[in-house]
Design a protein around this ligand. Structure first.
Ligand code: ADP
Ligand code: ADP
Ligand code: MG
Length: 454
């Protein structure tokens, strides 16, 4: 069975990305959108659009019943959730399963197990995958927190089991604040994620974030190499690249094997990402979490492998088996992605919603722009501030950097302040060019940032 129509339960650039893949596969695309996105490009480019509710995501993009009803009413075979919103919501996927609506992603059961970061770490250990030293499970009380703290030392990291998107993490520097921090983060996790469970990890200070893209049809699990997402601000990714500029062949193979072993352990299907932190000092790596969905930065893997990940997702959801083997996956050249956000770097990256007055997209060889923005687009205040991604390919890292800088210099967005200029600054630093940095790079850079950079 292949899919004949898909309901897209998302917005913005990822909705457009899925519509494009559907068109190329001859799949009818139906977009479920909020009132705020009525005039958006994805709504105009989809084969059909259904307004499912008001702007707040809870009443539209996160409204499970409305989405299921829209899928059933329009005769969609499956729902593509994109990223964010309901993409990793096991209850929603379970509802799809009982209502007979397909889901482009793994089963509800797999999402439930891997979405709980504590459970995911246990599964990783069972699969022989190294994890960051820390508590064995959820922290039951203060006594246990202090006991674990004695083992892992300070600073340590308290993490919400249900956290995501860089939220639900708290660094604790010393024993004095441990009890207070623990209570606070548990209360925050309850409000933000509906689950107060937290766990503790050693806080590693000189690390890179390296993740493996995996894809499985339920029988065969392949990996598409790594992405290096070390350039982060407040635990959120800003720039991603493939391949990693630092790891050697042995580490690369080790990471990939670990990711595939983990997927096989849980019976993973569809596309997913296994995230690791890599210790610069020792060269060791540790599993941190798995994202059971397509990720924002998937295009860098597409650019270096030539494989369309969204099409793979749709084909797998339609019951097809992979037509490629691990040997067919070849990494060629280097790709860099800059997340362009409607945020003001001069005001502590405050979101900057508004209307786009002028828009000129960069172009040329090796330049890819994934965005739903055009002149006249509105950036509503209700959603994530990411308005697009610039992805540039080069024969090597050097060329990819020069091409990205060239593309950024052509790129004009008027009407809202974006982070495009900040990306030029970052890519121009000696540190970024050297490839040798850690997840503290942006924080360090902001401390010493010259004032005449604009
Ligand atoms: P990726 O893991 O694909 O690199 P992010 O971690 O930035 O991307 O998350 C993708 C999007 O999903 C972001 O808009 C982020 O805010 C959102 N997101 C991810 N996980 C959660 C979560 N558990 N709760 C709320 N939003 C989330
Ligand atoms: P999220 O679900 O929000 O993406 P992750 O567990 O993936 O959370 O962690 C987000 C980021 O936080 C990582 O990319 C890394 O930069 C940092 N981080 C996570 N675990 C640790 C750790 N044990 N020590 C230091 N930094 C960490
Ligand atoms: Mg993560």
């Amino acid at each position: 069975m292949t899919l004949s129509s898909v309901l897209i339960a998302n917005r913005g650039e990822i909705a457009l990305r899925v519509i494009r893949a559907c068109k190329e596969l001859g799949i009818r695309s139906i977009i479920a959108h909020s009132e705020a996105d009525r005039d958006s490009l994805p709504v105009r480019l989809a084969d059909q659009s259904l307004c499912i509710g008001p702007a707040p995501a809870k009443l539209s993009y996160r409204h499970a019943d409305a989405l299921i009803a829209a899928a059933q009413g329009s005769g969609a075979d499956a729902i593509h959730p994109g990223y964010g919103f309901l993409s990793e919501n096991a209850d929603f996927v379970a509802l799809c399963e009982t209502e007979g609506v397909g889901f482009v992603g793994p089963s509800a059961e797999v999402i439930r197990r891997m979405g709980d970061k504590i459970e995911a770490k246990k599964i990783a250990r069972r699969a022989g995958v190294p994890t960051v030293p820390g508590s064995d499970g959820a922290i039951a009380d203060h006594d246990e927190a202090f006991r674990v703290a004695e083992e892992v030392g300070f600073p340590l990291l308290i993490k919400a089991a249900a956290g995501g998107g860089g939220r639900g993490l708290r660094v604790v520097k010393a024993a004095e604040t441990l009890a207070g921090d623990l209570a606070e983060i548990m209360a925050e996790a309850e409000v933000a994620f509906g689950d107060p469970s937290v766990y503790i990890e050693r806080y590693l200070t000189d690390i890179r974030h390296i993740e493996i893209q995996v894809v499985s049809d339920g029988t065969t699990t392949l990996h598409l190499g790594e992405r290096d997402c070390t350039v982060q601000r407040r635990n959120q990714k800003l720039v991603e690249e493939a391949p990693s500029p630092v790891i050697d062949h042995e580490t690369r193979e080790g990471l990939a094997k670990a990711a595939v072993a983990l997927c096989e352990e849980v019976g993973y299907t569809n596309a997913g990402t296994v995230e690791f932190v890599f210790d610069n000092a020792t060269g060791e790596y540790y599993f941190i979490e798995m994202n059971t969905r397509i990720q924002v930065e998937h295009p860098v893997s597409e650019m270096v492998t030539g494989i369309d990940l969204i099409k793979l997702q749709l084909n797998i959801a339609g019951g097809e088996k992979l037509r490629i083997t691990q040997n067919d996956v070849r990494i060629r050249g280097h790709a860099i992605e800059c997340r362009i956000n409607a945020e003001d770097a001069e005001r502590n990256f405050a979101p900057n919603p508004g209307t786009i007055q002028g828009f000129r997209a960069p172009g040329g060889f090796g330049v890819r722009l994934d965005t739903h923005i055009e002149s006249g687009s509105s950036i509503p205040p209700f959603y994530d501030s990411m308005i697009g991604k610039l992805i540039c390919w080069g024969q090597d890292r050097e060329e990819a950097i020069e091409r990205t800088l060239r593309a950024l210099s052509e790129f004009t967005i008027e009407g809202v302040v974006t982070t495009a200029a900040f990306h030029r600054e970052v890519l121009n630093t000696e540190t970024f060019r050297s490839g040798k940095f850690n997840t503290g790079f942006i924080a360090d850079y902001m401390e010493d940032r010259p004032h005449d950079h604009r």
